[in-house]
Write a protein that binds this ligand. Structure first.
Ligand code: GTP
Ligand code: MG
Length: 219
């Protein structure tokens, strides 16, 4: 009887687990974000920003929400480490792409990498959140400015494509159509991983979106 009740209790209190990957260029603030999430949601606080160095490989963090556990994988953003990102695409339930909203010089590189992430079919139907980090700094681009930057960069990219690829036929055309749809419905949020503003809103977004994720049925 005890085992039966225990099993029933476990069934009722069982939490569904989801994986979220945090990617973006080196220095964007991914680890600072993960550690802030741990501080906000766990009893044991995350690392102080001054103790965080560049990530070589991955960091993990787990938070417990109502009936849900989110497992975060913060992946190193240095060029040589980006090649491991794709190994996480098959099993993740959401993708967070972090952008340093202060770094105008590397914005183009950020979009280039962002587009190469979007090109992976495994994450086609996975919720994707673009975070414009470092909003505490007065020189950070706002969410609206970030959207414009991306739209301009995209327009230039389309313009500079070789002529034969401009044809909207074939695989390239299909990819471009899907890409346009995805960009049109892209969610962009501003936050400061350092100070914490906007962090809870981003976690709320993830919490809601993974519940409705198509991949949910696959697990
Ligand atoms: N002003 C400001 N600085 C931030 C913020 N978030 C991160 N930083 C700083 O940006 C630098 C890089 O932060 P990290 O969290 O190590 O960046 P990362 O994306 O994990 O970098 P990699 O591990 O190399 O991929 C550090 O000096 C952070 O203190 C923020 O919200 N505002
Ligand atoms: Mg890091």
């Amino acid at each position: 009887m005890y085992h039966l009740l225990k099993g029933f209790h476990e069934y009722l209190t069982r939490k569904e687990e989801f994986s979220v990957i945090i990617i973006g260029l080196d220095g964007a603030g991914k680890t600072t974000l993960l550690e802030k999430i741990k501080t906000f949601y766990n009893e044991t606080p995350g690392l102080e920003p001054s103790k965080i160095g560049p990530t070589i490989g991955q960091n993990m963090g787990k938070i417990s929400l109502p009936s849900t556990i989110l497992n975060f994988f913060d992946l190193g953003g240095q060029q040589g480490i980006r090649s491991i990102w794709h190994r996480y695409y098959n099993d993740c339930h959401a993708v967070v792409y972090v952008l340093d909203a202060r770094d105008r010089e590397r914005m183009g590189e950020g979009w280039e990498v962002f587009n190469s992430v979007l090109a992976h079919p495994q994450i086609l139907n996975v919720p994707l959140l673009l975070l414009a980090n470092k909003q505490d700094a007065s020189d950070a681009l706002t969410v609206a400015e970030i959207r414009n930057e991306y739209a301009d960069w995209e327009a230039r990219r389309r313009e500079s494509r070789p002529r034969h690829r401009k044809s909207e036929d074939g695989d390239e055309g299909i990819w471009e159509d899907r890409h346009k749809e995805r960009i049109a419905s892209l969610d962009v949020m501003g936050l400061s991983a350092l100070e914490g503003n906007g962090v809870r809103e981003a976690v709320d977004w993830l919490f809601l979106r993974v519940q409705n994720s198509r991949r949910r049925g696959e697990t």
